[in-house]
Ligand binder design. Structure first.
Ligand SMILES: Cc1cc2nc3c(=O)[nH]c(=O)nc-3n(C[C@H](O)[C@H](O)[C@H](O)COP(=O)(O)O)c2cc1C
Length: 167
């Protein structure tokens, strides 16, 4: 039994896809939580805000969920050939909410699966997330779930990703 955290960057079709991942995981006997970064509505990260205790958001619950999960599934739409600002913003806040060694150890070796529901195929956002999550030390699995206006998410891919991440 693994503890999954599904992180969705947006509250529309990507939230729905994150919920499908969570349902698939629980049907397989795992635990699953979904965090919606758009709902979290974090202020934009700036160095000035991060150094001001009055302006910096309290993301301790988010950090705890990220830390306690055995695996993450990151679900995000493609925005202009890359990741949406909610995702990049959340990573920036998380990386400065603790010292860099703690951030490194939180991320290092974490099994991560990537998924998208984008206007087109979503290949660019998958590549961008693969680069970013590999950079922060996570073990990004090879298989990803790409869906969009003209392509439904493949349930077999979702099941295979959950099985692989729960290893
Ligand atoms: C600012 C912006 C930029 C976008 N850029 C792209 C893009 O580069 N490639 C693409 O396939 N879709 C693009 N889209 C479409 C979204 O990926 C698509 O509508 C997605 O399903 C939205 O996710 P949501 O329903 O979870 O909000 C863009 C949408 C917005 C709002």
């Amino acid at each position: 039994m693994a503890r999954f955290l599904m992180v969705t960057a947006t509250s529309g079709t990507n939230r729905e896809l994150a919920d499908v991942f969570a349902t698939t995981a629980t049907e397989k006997g795992h635990e699953a939580e979904v965090i919606d970064l758009a709902e979290m509505d974090l202020p934009m990260f700036t160095m000035a805000r991060s150094k001001d205790p009055e302006s910096a958001p309290d993301i301790s619950d988010f950090v705890t969920s990220m830390s306690e999960a055995d695996a993450w599934v990151i679900v995000a739409p493609e925005y202009n050939g890359s990741v949406p600002p909610t995702l990049n913003n959340a990573i920036a806040w998380m990386s400065t909410a603790m010292d860099w060694q703690d951030f490194r150890s939180l991320c290092t070796g974490k099994p991560v699966g990537l998924a998208t529901h984008s206007g087109g195929g979503g290949a660019h956002v998958i590549m961008a997330m693969r680069q970013q999550f590999s950079f922060i030390g996570a073990d990004v699995i090879g298989r990803a779930c790409m869906s969009g206006r003209n392509k439904e998410a493949n349930p077999e891919a979702i099941e295979a990703m959950i099985d692989n991440l729960a290893r």
